[in-house]
Design a protein around this ligand. Structure first.
Ligand code: ADP
Ligand code: MG
Length: 248
């Protein structure tokens, strides 16, 4: 589904990502870990089409098509969803209007009619119930005055409503206490449909208490230094990222 081939990127002449390779198939859950500043958010931004980075070499393929230089809108229309590490506040537009607009823009690109109000509200009811999202939130302006945890919940609400093929969740666990993390993690798993793949980005392994990934990758100083399964996270817990330096 997603294939990243030998991707290197820089910003202001500083190399941030160095020869990244990554393969994600349908219905797989991948976790990308690494200390702060290793390039995780940069990689997610690049996949989602942000243009402030210079691509030095390499390609990003999605469903066998080259999406490396597509716009964020085109990438979203193809079924990639990115939840932000730090979601921004958008005064003047309610969550419901924002989501309805997003869904309809994607549908328009697929030559589908706008979603009916009935179907939309049915979906809103289902998704907000799964993530324990209080209805009062839905008419509030996007993220305005939300706590860190509420912003994260709002991101997952969007994921559940949009039903992407690939959801990239950047630090979805940060700022959450264990109970909130459990609700969010279970929500993510329930909202993910059969074909959806997830790329969960984190620097803690506590999300792994609730979600068992097919693969874990470690990004360190811009390099993908190791991939493995749950055992790899246990090693990090034991030795810290510093202990993985030998793979550099
Ligand atoms: P992570 O998400 O793993 O914590 P980031 O991808 O946010 O890491 O950052 C990787 C590196 O890229 C850091 O050294 C950061 O300072 C640098 N970086 C990210 N965005 C910019 C930017 N807009 N301008 C300059 N440097 C940046
Ligand atoms: Mg980050």
């Amino acid at each position: 589904m997603l294939k990243i081939v030998d991707l290197s990127a820089s910003i202001n002449n500083k190399i941030i990502l160095n020869n990244i390779n990554l393969n994600i198939n349908y219905n797989e859950v991948h976790v990308l870990m690494g200390p702060n500043g290793s390039g995780k958010s940069t990689l997610s931004s690049l996949i989602a089409g942000k243009t402030e980075f210079s691509i030095i070499k390499g390609q990003i393929l999605f469903e066998k098509q080259n999406i490396t230089y597509l716009s964020p809108e085109e990438i979203a229309q193809r079924g990639i969803f990115l939840s932000f590490q730090d979601p921004i506040e958008i005064p003047g537009i309610s969550i419901l209007n924002f989501i309805k607009y997003s869904i309809n823009e994607i549908r328009k690109s697929q030559k589908l009619k706008a979603i009916s109000s009935k179907d939309f509200l049915k979906k809103v009811y289902k998704v907000s119930k799964i993530i324990g999202f209080n209805k009062a939130f839905l008419s509030r302006y996007m993220n305005c005055g939300f706590s860190g945890g509420e912003k994260k919940r709002c991101e997952i609400f969007q994921m559940g409503m949009i039903e992407p093929k690939l959801a990239i969740l950047d630090e979805i666990d940060s700022g959450l206490d264990l109970d909130a993390l459990k609700i969010i993690a279970n929500g993510i798993l329930r909202l993910k449909n059969k074909k959806t793949s997830l790329l969960i980005i984190t620097h803690y392994n506590r999300v792994l208490k609730f979600i068992t990934p097919d693969k874990i990758h470690i990004l360190y100083k811009g390099k993908m230094i190791k991939s493995g399964t749950k055992n790899l996270a246990l090693k990090i817990e034991k030795y810290g990222y510093e202990g993985l330096k030998k793979y550099l």
